[in-house]
Structure formats: C-alpha cells, structure tokens
Design a protein around this ligand. Sequence first.
Ligand code: C2E
Ligand code: MG
Ligand code: MG
Length: 429
Amino acid sequence: MPNRAVVLERIARALASAHEDPEYAFAVLFVNADRFSRVNVTLGAAVGDQLLRLMAGRLSGMVRPSDVVARGTPPTTARLGGDEFVVVLEGLRRADDVHRIAQRLIDALSKPYGIGDHQVHVGVSMGVVLRAQAVGDPDSVLQDASTAMREAKRIGGARYCVFEPAMKVRAARRGSVEAELRRALAEDELFVVYQPIVGLAGGACAGVEALVRWRHPLRGAIPPIEFIEIAEETGLIGPLGEFVLKEACHQFVAWQRSLGPRAPRILSVNLSRAQLTEPQLVDQVRCALDASGLPPDSLQLEVTESLAAQDMQIQSRLHELKALGLTLALDDFGTGYSSLASLHQLPVDVVKIDRSFVSQVETSAHHRVLIEATVRVALSLGMNTVAEGIETEGQAAALTELGCDKGQGYFYAKPLSADTATDWLSQRP
Ligand code: C2E
Ligand code: MG
Ligand code: MG
C-alpha cells in the first residue's frame, strides 16, 4: 500500500487543485480501529496483522472512483502506521458526498471478519477533513484528520467526526492537562476526600466513599470530571487509581485504629472502566490490601453500568476482584445503559441509585416508581441499595419509605478532608 509520503503528496495535489478551482472538493479521511490492541492481546498478533490486512482490502475495495469520485482521479488509500489508514478522496463531485462515503466505509469495515476459527468484530472511528477546513500544509491537514479521529473515539468510537478548529484547541488543552496531571501525581497535588454513607433507618455511619481531588498550584481546585476522563485516555488512570486506593486504605486503617467502634465499616473506592481493562488491577488491589492491612471485606469497589454486562473480559475481571473477598457496588445506577433486567448478570453486592433519580423522588412519580422497582429488584437479588446525592430531609424520608438501605449526600455531609472526616466521625452519636 502507498505510504505516508504518497498521502502527503496527494493532499498537496488536492490543496493545489482547490487553490486553482474554487469549486474543487476533496476530503481526507483518517481511519482507526477501536481498541485494536485488545485484538492483539486476546487473539494474538498474527490475528491482529491479518485483521489489518483484511481491513485494508475492504477499504481499497470500497472507494470506487465510479460512484463518488469525479474527474476520474482514483482515490489514494494508504496505510500509515499500526492500525491507521488514510483515504484521500480527490475531486469529489459534491462536498456533501463525503458524509455518505464516510458512513459507508465505517459500516463496511465494522462487519465481522472471519480469521481462522475466529469471528473478529472491530469498531471503526474516522476523522474527516473537508476542503473548507483544509488549511496549512499537507502535514497539518493529516494531523487535523487524526485529531478529528481521536475526537470520534473520545465520544464513544464507531463513528466519524468532521474536523473543526475547536477540536484542536480542546486537544491541546487535554494535552496540557495530561502533562500537568503527570506532574501532579509526582508532586503530591492529588489527595483524597471522604464522603460518609449513612444507614437511612438508624442514621449510623455505615461507610465512606473515597473521592479524588486535585489542588493545582495556579488553577486551584480542579474537579474530577475534568481530569478522570483525560487520565483514562492517557493511561494515567492506572497510577492515579493506585494512589487513591493506597491512600484511602491507609487512612481507613488509621480510623479503625483510632476510632474503634466509631470507625466506618466500609471503604468504597471508585474504579473507572479503563482500570478494569488493565491487567495489573487485581494485583494492585491485593497489594493495597496487604500493605495497609485492611481486611478485604472492608473494601468496596464502585464500577459503573456502562461496563455492559455482555463484556466477558470485564465480567471475569469483576469475578477475580470479588475472589479477593471484597464487595462490588454498581455506581450511578439509572444513567447510561441502565437496565433492571440485566442487574442479575452483574456480580455486584450494592446498587447505588444515581442522584438524578434521587433529586426527583419528591416531584416525579415516574422517578419514584423507578426507585421503588430498583430497590425491589435489588432486594430480590440479595443486593443492598444506596441513594446518592440526598440533599434534603424530604428526600431522605422518601427514600427511607421506599426501602432504600443507605444514603449519601450533602444532607448528611459533603466530601470531607481526612482531618475533617475524623472530627465528623468522632462526633457521631
Ligand atoms: P461518583 O462516584 O458518583 O461520586 C459522587 C459524586 O457526587 C461526587 O462528586 C460527590 O461529591 C457528589 N455528591 C455527593 N453528594 C452530593 C449531593 O448531595 N449533591 C450533589 N450535587 N453532589 C453530590 P465528585 O467528587 O466531583 O466526583 C465525580 C465523579 O468522579 C465520581 O462520581 C466518580 O465517578 C469520579 N471519581 C471521583 N473520584 C474518583 C477516583 O478516585 N477514581 C475514579 N476512577 N473516579 C473518581
Ligand atoms: Mg462513586
Ligand atoms: Mg455515583
């Protein structure tokens, strides 16, 4: 297949044609398989190589000059590096055609591949640069196509994104947050806060949830929603998660020693999807338990629902974690791909009902009914329920009435620094 130099030359030619003819339309498509490395890891590099060859074949076979490409210029398909492909569509009849072509390519590339005994499924993400946005030299056009491809991946993959200059700004910002986060990990700017979880019936503190915080020397407090995602995308979630786990286990054991019966019984720590696919996770958890001396049954790990029950790799990882003796909680239940019907397929012990439901328990009969159904189904499966984000006495009363076991939210306490949490815990009746 043609190489990068050929692609750049074709883009240069298209740019030159566009310069001469205001009507001339072209597009650069940057194609990348979603989670390709997983194919390599689970099925072996030989299958991975074969998959790329088959993808290349489909791609070349799909871009037919006859239907979309005017002026008879054959499009160039070029394999760059790894699992990246570039298609340069020169002389498009109509600029709009590119949307249809992009979707058609994605559909074709996403059909299963038969390799040996395997049926390999792979999603495909694509970044598209249209003539109107193609500015600068060929190299930066290619770069922009790749930025748009990464944006497509970021919002879930299996789709195409058309490049806009704002993406470049956002990508640069993510890049700088990444660099800053690396430094933050090394220089102790991250710390952990603890939000109490209380029994709704008796009001006793049942546990605490560890939540990470970042105090940036210049930008002040940065909330987790602004950096967890970037940490996931860049692989920094591994060291970040390890830090939170170690720190929280250590603090929790200190409370067990100093507070005796007033110490919370359960430490709940969040795991993100990206952590669950890391092979070293189970060892990381085992090490944190061993190093701190925390009994495994005091630890609870929170995972979210988007970890679709169908994903066998994640399912088996969850079972390995449970085999360590800890418990699992399903976080943010009710958002995303929530399904009461698939609850029984997940090896979880606790269901955390999302704040978006809790906040409407008094005002929306619909939400109330859904909470009630969740509590019932959970109970029948032997799971406990925790209501997240309780802010008022009325909400607390409503959830108690609906049979929810525990609650968490500003009504009881905000996330507290370790010192403040120590005071809060020692002052509980
Ligand atoms: P989450 O696990 O669902 O955590 C609960 C979030 O709701 C926390 O936000 C908490 O401060 C907030 N919250 C609790 N009670 C109330 C309330 O009454 N009202 C309102 N408005 N909010 C309340 P936070 O700390 O900003 O964390 C956001 C999310 O970031 C977490 O959602 C979790 O998904 C993620 N996260 C936080 N720390 C970690 C971590 O150490 N590792 C990972 N992987 N994710 C983390
Ligand atoms: Mg949580
Ligand atoms: Mg939650």
